[in-house]
Design a protein around this ligand. Sequence first.
Ligand SMILES: [Zn+2]
Length: 481
Amino acid sequence: MRMNEYKMDIGLEIHIELSTDTKIFCKCSTQFGCEPNVNTCPVCTGMPGALPVLNKQAVRYAAAVGDALNCKINTISKFDRKNYYYPDNPQNYQITQFYTPICENGYLEIDTIDGKKNIGIREIHMEEDAGKLLHNDLKNVSFIDYNRAGVPLIEIVTMPDFSNGDEVTCFLEKLRLIIQYLQVSDCKLNEGSMRVDVNLSVRKKECEELGTRTEMKNLNSFRAIKRAIDNEASRQIEVLKNGGIIDMETRRWDDLKEESFVMRSKEEAKDYRYFPEPDLPMVYVDDAMLKDIELSKPQFRHEKNDYYINELKIPEYDAKLITLDYDMTVLFEETVKICDKPKNISNWLIGEANRILKEKEWDACDIKMSPKNFAMFVNMVSEGIINSNVAKVVFEKMFLEDINPEKYVEENGLKQNSDGEMIKKIVQDVINDNEQSVRDYKAGKDKAIGYLVGQVMKKAAGKANPKLVNELLLEELRKDM
Ligand SMILES: [Zn+2]
């Protein structure tokens, strides 16, 4: 990208669904993935006369995020109505906080190539989510699912402090971890519990004033966000270089085509005719709630990192990988509680577990394996009940289906064979059948040993104790050397 004469200014609007049990203004469940419209009532379907009642848990969660992002938490905030018509919004207005949000003026420090940088948080406000439209192009109809209508959201609005896509990614990763560690949301971009809109403008380097911005939506992964930013900056620079002007508009990113398309011209606050919500009283965040937030503050990533390295004595590399996902830290710590072998446990997590997660495109929260079975498994491996090849198979099975490893090994006859006499016999057979490899080994080609070990393991159906195989094989080979 020809950025040399230009620079970018990027601000983010991040919607996060709070993981309260019930919706923000009614007692309907917030559970994801239910049959359409089962979690609804007169309040969240906008029936005339239905009255909202604020969910205290949502307030506490929003304030906890504000606290973690160094915000000023307003002891009194208010709700407002944002008026617009769209079928996913049965009331024809959204209850949100426009004039007085719950949190303001925070920041989050990120690492950039030029060192540390603070990204300003303009505000965090609470609001309700809309329903979901499901379009069926074949039948040319659309369906509406109101299960999501009324799920509590916070919207985090940053200052336009980012200069490139890497800073944005770094910020979002850090923010997601903070929120996951606070356990107020699972922050899944692919399920929509974290949604990021990017406001981006470009300007000549010497220019003081910010350029005209566009807003980009439909960004479903951190990678898509990075691609969309680079693409939009190039597009704007191209327009400006050709003497054009940037229209203030909302664009929809298509990650497959790697292109964005105009959705609508960007609306302004006046288009929504905001006014104070008459059905809700003011929101108070009292000292008791603030104290509770302070007391229940979790160990954040860097603290966990230190704890793992200094107390549990696992390598820095392992600690960094495990703390990248809150659910991984829970699995790790719970397993360590049952089986006091932190290094063995972290080995499996950073090795096999990460491999399977990548392969399945899973998050750590999708792992089926319970700490109890995992602990049992780690003990079985360190006691030599199964060898490392079998262990990988058992681990994967346990990871995906939470099988009991002891039972599984027993039922499938996978116990490691440490019967010296039996292995010795196989070793002798293999030596007799592979004269060329034996000659190679004796001629100093050490690699040949690997092949011979493989042959023995094969004959022993993969269950022989590899250490014993190695010892016995070397013993036999060296006999007449
Ligand atoms: Zn409801």
